[in-house]
Design a protein around this ligand. Sequence first.
Ligand code: ADP
Length: 398
Amino acid sequence: MAVGDMKKEGQSLAEKQPIIAFKDVSKVYEDNGTVVLKNINFELEEGKFYTLLGASGSGKSTILNIIAGLLDASSGDVYLDGKRINDVPTNKRDVHTVFQSYALFPHMNVFDNVAFALNLQKVDKAEIETRVKKALKMVRLEGYEKRSIQKLSGGQRQRVAIARAIINRPRVVLLDEPLSALDLKLRTEMQYELRELQQDLGITFVFVTHDQEEALAMSDWIFVMNEGEIVQSGTPVDIYDEPINHFVATFIGESNILPGVMIEDYLVEFNGKRFEAVDGGMKPNEPIEVVIRPEDLRITLPEEGKLQVKVDTQLFRGVHYEIIAYDELGNEWMIHSTRKAIVGEVIGLDFEPEDIHIMRLNETEEEFDARIEEYVEVEEPEEGLINAIEEERDEENL
Ligand code: ADP
């Protein structure tokens, strides 16, 4: 989907009746006057994977807790399936939360943990058996029914928690940093599994994380949060390619951000030079900021580059070298390259007009969406952002 297809109002993907909607939702702790959420609006479409991404304290869990009914909104309306649910108690909402701490019953085995809600509902024994087996199969824990919770690894416990969340097929599963206690390898595996599981089930997932790579890899749609506000929302590719401002650009991956001037449509000046660009819709000579991603810079011979920089440091990062270099004005440049550079060497940097992302100062999300729709074509790769970046790197290697 191109950025131009984004909905202007309500920040949403939703075409049909949204499964969850927030209308002007705020949260203030009256006793100390702390404003935790400021006028949040969104509509979530059924069957999609949504992520709330932001630093600790930005209000992500507060949103989840308001959806779950564990916290009340101070003002505004919350809808589930078109019905206002502000006053509906937690246990009457068809949502299930998976927490970072697994909240399992340690004295029960895997089967009893997963079957807990069904036992409470006095579901028929044979049906419980079938449904628990099916849920455990979905989280790849077949044969673990009798295993004690204490004899499971962190990843396995998290899978039990997820099996318990999906056993009743809720309309919405809320996941509050469910993978953050796991080590990196297991976390990456679980990211793939969770994403697959969500697609198989077709249940709406709302996932909370502070890890931008996790958000980019897993989500259909991301809400980037800062200090109780949604600062940008869109597909992972939209947000990575066209960050709305400095905060989002630095939060979503490594960036080179430089001050510049938009001379006219499709012509930008930075580093004292003028470059062809793909953005427009600004005033002539409007001050802006330029973002160029480290992986979009290609190393060339000095005379063949659009810019010349001197290599200061180089680190091998496994997939690529991370090179820090300085131009003659003293600006720092980060370059990700599969080619090795030599510290102290002057190199050229090349990039395409579409690699230059322009950010206006203080642009609202509505103004941003309208401008991007009119001026910038963002093509969404079929297989998601991570693969697209890897493919591009492979091409460079040929
Ligand atoms: P996140 O999930 O993004 O880390 P939270 O939604 O948990 O953030 O918290 C948002 C903000 O709300 C934090 O700054 C936190 O300190 C504040 N907060 C949470 N509970 C209370 C409370 N009872 N009184 C005042 N502030 C609170």
